[in-house]
Design a protein. Structure first.
Length: 449
C-alpha cells in the first residue's frame, strides 16, 4: 500500500486498491481455512513450533478479515478525509491485521509479544493522524505512553514465566507450571500478564486511556481500534489463559472476576452520564469488554465459541454504528434528534445496531452475551458475577435507547457532515442483515469451531 501511494496520487484510487486487497486477503484466508488440517495438526506448525494454526484460529482470521473488508467498504470515503497519507493509513491497517494473525496462532510467548506490538504501534500512529486536531495528538501521546508502560509490564510477566517454566512455549508452560504446583514466580508472572492484557482490552481499572483515546482519534480509526483490534487482543488473552494457565485457574479466577465486575460497573455506569455519542461508545466498549472477559474466565471449550460470536457481533454492530456516526455533523445525542423523520432507513439500521449492542433478542449481540455467560454457567461457579452482568446489561439499555429516543421521539432536523450515498445504504443494509443473521442462526458462524 505504501508503494501504491507513491505510484497513485488519487486518494479514491488508493482506497479502492486497498479495499480490493482486503477482498483478496479474505479469499486467501478462505482458501487457507479449507487447507488447514484438522486430522494432522503437525502440518499447521510453522517457524519451529512458534506458530500453530488450528482450525478455529484460521476461522477467526477469516471472520476478522471479513470484518476488516466490511470496515473498508463503509469507511474508505471517510478515511480519505482524515489527511493526505491515505496509502499509509491503509498500510498500517494491514500491519494490524498481520498482528491479529500472529495473536490468533502464537504458540510461543515471544511470538505473542511480537503480535501485540505489531497490533499496537500502528494504533499509536493512527490515533494522531489528524494533524489539524489537537485532541488527536493528545490521544496519540497518551496512548503511546500508556502502551509503552504496559509493554514493560508484559515483558516482566513473560520473564517471570520463563523463569518459572524454563520455556516460552505455551504448551510447555502449561505442563511445567502444573507439575511444579503453585510457584510464586509463576503466579507473579500470570498477574503481570493479566494486567498487561487488561490494558490492551480496556478492562478496569486499566481503562483510563480508553475514553480520551477513542474520543480524540479520528472517528474512522476509532471504529477499527475498538472492534477488530480489541477482538484480536481478547483472542490472544483467551488462548494464553486457556492453554497455559487452565490448571492454575483457582489462583487467578477470583482476581479476573473482580476485574470483570469492575469493568462492567465502570463502563455501564459512566456511559449513562455521557453527552457525546462517540464518548458514550468509548465507555460502551469498556462495558462490552467486561462481557468478553467471561470467555477468559470460563476456560472451557464453550468459551471459544463465545469469543468468536462476540467478536463478530460486536465488531459488525460497532463498525456499522460508527459508519452512521461519521455522517453526522453533531456527535451529541441532540444531533440525532428527528433522524427517523429525515432519513428513516438510516434511523432503522442505527436502531438495529444499538439493539445488538444492548443484547436485545434476535440480534447478534443477544447471542454473543448468551454464549459467553453460558460458558461461565457451565463451569458451575461465579453465578454472582453472571447475575451482576445481567443487571449491568439492563443499565446499558438506557444509554443505547437514548439515541433511539432522540431519533424517533424528539423533534429536530439533524445536520449531516457528508451525504449518505446509495453505496453507503447498501453496505449498511448488508451490515444490518449480518447482525440479524447472527441472532437467528449463530451456528453458521461456528461451523469451524
Amino acid at each position: 500500500m505504501m508503494f501504491a501511494s507513491v505510484m497513485v496520487n488519487n486518494k479514491k484510487s488508493i482506497a479502492t486498491i486497498a479495499t480490493l486487497l482486503f477482498a483478496v486477503l479474505l479469499g486467501i484466508n478462505v482458501w487457507d481455512l479449507s487447507t488447514t488440517s484438522v486430522s494432522d495438526p503437525g502440518k499447521n506448525v510453522f517457524f519451529n513450533g512458534m506458530l500453530r494454526v488450528e482450525h478455529y484460529s484460521a476461522w477467526f482470521n477469516t471472520l476478522m478479515t471479513g470484518c476488516t473488508l466490511l470496515y473498508a467498504l463503509l469507511m474508505a470515503g471517510e478515511i480519505r478525509k482524515v489527511g493526505a497519507h491515505v496509502g499509509e493509513y491503509f498500510a498500517l491497517i494491514f500491519f494490524m491485521l498481520c498482528g491479529l494473525y500472529l495473536l490468533s496462532s502464537y504458540n510461543n510467548l515471544l511470538m505473542m509479544f511480537l503480535g501485540i506490538e505489531i497490533l499496537s504501534i500502528p494504533q499509536y500512529i493512527l490515533a494522531g493522524s489528524d494533524k489539524r486536531n489537537l485532541k488527536s495528538s493528545e490521544a496519540s501521546l497518551k496512548y503511546f505512553l500508556m502502551g509503552s508502560f504496559t509493554t514493560g509490564i508484559l515483558l516482566m510477566g513473560i520473564a517471570l514465566l520463563y523463569g518459572a517454566a524454563r520455556s516460552f512455549e505455551i504448551g510447555n508452560l502449561a505442563a511445567m507450571l502444573h507439575s511444579d504446583g503453585l510457584n510464586p514466580l509463576a503466579l507473579a508472572g500470570i498477574m503481570f500478564v493479566m494486567i498487561a492484557f487488561a490494558f490492551k482490552v480496556s478492562a478496569a481499572p486499566m481503562h483510563m486511556w480508553t475514553p480520551d483515546v477513542y474520543d480524540g482519534s479520528p472517528t474512522p480509526f476509532t471504529a477499527y481500534m475498538s472492534t477488530v483490534v480489541k477482538a484480536a487482543a481478547f483472542f490472544a488473552f483467551l488462548r494464553l489463559f486457556n492453554v497455559s494457565f487452565n490448571n492454575l485457574s483457582a489462583h487467578w479466577t477470583l482476581v479476573l472476576a473482580v476485574i470483570t465486575a469492575a469493568t462492567l460497573l465502570v463502563g455501564n455506569v459512566t456511559a449513562v452520564f455521557q453527552q457525546s455519542v462517540k464518548r458514550m461508545l468509548a465507555y460502551s466498549s469498556i462495558a462490552q469488554a467486561g462481557f468478553m472477559l467471561f470467555a477468559v474466565l470460563a476456560v472451557n471449550s464453550f468459551a471459544w465459541q463465545g469469543i468468536i460470536i462476540y467478536a463478530v457481533a460486536y465488531s459488525v454492530a460497532t463498525i456499522g454504528l460508527f459508519a452512521v456516526l461519521v455522517k453526522m455533523k453533531d456527535y451529541t445525542y441532540d444531533g440525532f434528534n428527528g433522524l427517523a423523520k429525515k432519513d428513516p432507513m438510516l434511523a432503522f439500521v442505527t436502531t438495529i445496531f444499538l439493539f445488538s449492542l444492548a443484547g436485545i433478542p434476535l440480534t447478534g449481540g443477544f447471542m454473543a452475551k448468551y454464549y459467553v455467560l453460558l460458558a461461565v454457567v457451565q463451569q458451575g461457579q461465579l453465578m454472582w458475577l453472571v447475575i451482576f452482568a445481567l443487571l449491568m446489561a439492563a443499565i446499558s439499555v438506557y444509554y443505547y435507547f437514548r439515541v433511539i429516543m432522540a431519533m424517533y421521539f424528539k423533534p429536530g432536523t439533524p445536520e449531516m457532515s457528508s451525504p449518505v450515498t446509495v453505496g453507503d445504504r447498501v453496505m449498511l443494509v448488508i451490515t444490518c442483515t449480518i447482525i440479524i443473521l447472527l441472532g437467528i442462526a449463530p451456528q453458521l458462524f461456528l461451523t469451524n469451531v
